[in-house]
Design a protein. Structure first.
Length: 284
C-alpha cells in the first residue's frame, strides 16, 4: 500500500500526497522535515505537516515574489533575500543581469546543502553566480544590524509560527524599511487569505507602521491550497505598484529573460484584489 503525507495546516480541511520514495527525512524534538518524490508534483519538501515547496509548481511562487518587485523598480542593483534556502528565489533573481549584488541570508547552512542535494532543480546553479553573497545568519538579526542598503528585499519566509514568526513582526518590517534605498521595495509571502485572513490584516497593520504605501498582490499556487496566495508589498513610493503596462512590457523585453508564469499582463493584474479581501483590509 502506498504511504501518504497528509498536510495539517488547516483544521478540518487539507490535502495529501502519495509518497513514492522518501529521499530525506529528519525528525527531532523540534521538527519533522521530509523530502519525498510524488508522481504528480515531483520532489516535495514538507516541514511539520506543512508543504513548503514542490518541483511541479514552485516556479509560480518564486517568479511572482521575484519579478514583480524587480520589474516594478526602475533600476534594482542590490537585492536582499531573507530565507529561500532551497535556492529557487535566487535562481530567479540572477536572471536579472542589471542586478549587481545579491545578498542571501539563510539561518542554516545545512538547509542550503540539503536542498542543493535533494532539490537541485530549484537552484540550478544559482549559488555559483559571482554576484551572490550567502550569509548564514538569522534574517531578523541581520536586518537589525545591517549597515548596507538595498533596492529590493524579498522575504521568503515560512508561515508565522515558530521560528518564522519573527519575520512577520513590526520590528522586522521597521528594520527592513531602514535598510532600503529611497524608492526601494519590500515583498514577502503572506499565506492564503481565504483560509488565513488574520495573516493579511495583521501584516497590513504592521507594515503601515513603517511604510508609506503597502498592499498585497496575488497568484494561485496549486499546492498552497484554499485559493489564491497573497504577497505583501511595501514601499515609500505609491507609484511603484502602479507602473504602467507599457513600461513593464519594455522592461521585460529588455531583460530578455525566460519565465513560465510571470508576464507583464500578470504583473499588472496581480494587484487587483477580490472584494472579500478588500473588505477584510478595510476592517482593520
Amino acid at each position: 500500500m502506498t504511504s501518504r503525507y497528509f498536510e495539517t495546516l488547516h483544521n478540518g480541511y487539507g490535502q495529501y500526497f502519495d509518497i513514492d520514495d522518501i529521499l530525506f527525512e529528519q525528525k527531532t524534538t523540534q521538527w519533522h522535515l521530509i523530502i519525498f518524490s510524488n508522481q504528480t508534483f515531483g520532489r516535495v519538501m514538507a516541514l511539520d505537516g506543512i508543504i513548503q515547496t514542490t518541483e511541479k509548481d514552485e516556479f509560480i511562487y518564486h517568479e511572482m515574489l521575484t519579478h514583480v518587485p524587480l520589474f516594478a523598480h526602475a533600476n534594482p542593483r542590490r537585492v536582499l533575500i531573507i530565507g529561500g534556502g532551497d535556492g529557487a528565489m535566487l535562481r530567479e533573481v540572477v536572471k536579472h543581469q542589471t542586478v549587481e549584488e545579491i545578498t542571501m541570508v539563510e539561518i542554516d547552512q545545512s538547509v542550503v546543502d540539503m536542498c542543493r542535494t535533494y532539490l537541485p532543480n530549484h537552484s540550478r546553479g544559482a549559488y555559483d553566480d559571482p554576484r551572490v553573497n550567502l550569509v548564514i545568519d538569522d534574517g531578523a538579526q541581520f536586518v537589525a544590524n545591517c549597515a548596507d542598503r538595498f533596492d529590493v528585499i524579498i522575504s521568503d519566509c515560512t508561515d508565522p509560527v515558530g521560528p518564522g514568526e519573527v519575520l512577520f513582526a513590526s520590528e522586522f518590517y521597521s528594520h527592513c524599511q531602514g535598510v532600503l534605498n529611497p524608492g526601494g521595495i519590500f515583498v514577502a509571502q503572506n499565506g492564503v487569505p481565504f483560509m488565513q485572513p488574520s495573516e493579511v490584516t495583521t501584516t497590513a497593520k504592521r507594515l503601515n507602521l513603517s511604510f508609506t504605501d503597502s498592499t498585497f498582490y496575488s497568484a494561485a499556487v496549486p499546492t498552497y491550497v484554499g485559493g489564491m496566495m497573497t504577497f505583501a508589498w511595501a514601499s515609500d513610493d505609491p507609484q511603484l505598484r502602479e507602473v504602467s503596462f507599457d513600461t513593464l512590457c519594455q522592461r521585460f523585453a529588455k531583460a530578455q529573460l525566460t519565465t513560465r508564469y510571470y508576464t507583464p499582463h500578470i504583473h499588472h493584474a496581480s494587484f487587483a484584489l477580490p472584494r472579500y479581501l478588500l473588505d477584510e483590509l478595510g476592517n482593520q
